[in-house]
Design a protein around this ligand. Structure first.
Ligand SMILES: [Zn+2]
Length: 233
């Protein structure tokens, strides 16, 4: 599946009805002043990345969002048998495929952390069904990686709820989400086996019928006193 590139920024259009050109001749004057496609999502612009202090008059906002973590499994074992160039190739392929699946579902590829990626859905592009979009992106990723299962696998975890989104840090500015929802999503991912997508009860409830009959199991996650029920999406 290919990614459709938007000619104007989806975030600026949705939030301010401002057509900011991202591609083509009209984008030239914008690029000249540093407004260009965001690295977190090529259908968003760099204004969207910086919009907190300027347009939202706050450094952080509390939003309802879905957080997805995907992690490349067997990376450490692989590194013992593959050359550094082959390993770099694996990582490139992993990042690219994750990015495309996330962007096709209007999510933000917020961070790459070693051999994992963190994505946020519902900001700055608002989606009423953000939990479902995250699950669809995760399924796309697993379908794409299925052909490579003999070499590596990907574990995915998804959780949704209120996160604090904004700019953290002064000298090194980082735009990201923080909060227990983010931590729970990360822990959920760590419980997933290669090839598996695990989601929390909140995600299940939010997605509804499509996840009504999936298998559930109790997991003991690091940092949680009580076992948590996770669903194989
Ligand atoms: Zn924008």
């Amino acid at each position: 599946m290919t990614l459709t590139y938007s000619t104007i920024c989806k975030g600026c259009w949705q939030q301010k009805h401002m057509p900011i050109p991202l591609r083509g001749l009209l984008s030239a004057p914008f690029r000249a002043v540093g407004i260009k496609p965001s690295r977190m999502n090529p259908n968003l612009c760099t204004i969207c990345e910086l919009m907190f202090e300027r347009t939202m008059k706050a450094r952080t906002v509390t939003i309802d969002a879905t957080v997805l973590f995907a992690d490349l499994r067997a990376y450490t074992q692989l590194s013992q048998t593959k050359t550094p160039a082959e390993m770099a190739g694996f990582l490139d392929e992993f990042y690219d495929r994750c990015a495309n699946a996330i962007w096709r579902h209007d999510g933000l590829l917020n961070k790459t952390i070693g051999d994992a990626v963190m994505a946020i859905f519902n900001f700055p592009i608002c989606q009423a069904d953000h939990a479902r979009q995250a699950v669809l992106a995760a399924r796309e990723m697993q379908r794409e990686f299925a052909a490579r299962r003999d070499e590596f696998g990907v574990g995915i975890g998804i959780h949704c709820g209120q996160v604090s989104f904004g700019e953290f840090g002064h000298s090194h500015r980082d735009i990201t989400a923080i909060g227990t929802v983010v931590n729970t999503a990360a822990r959920t991912q760590s419980a997933a086996e290669a090839g598996q997508i695990l989601v929390t009860e909140d995600v299940c409830r939010s997605v509804g019928a499509e996840l009504a009959n999936v298998e559930a199991r109790e997991y003991r996650l690091k940092g949680f006193d009580d076992p948590i029920r996770l669903y194989a999406a």
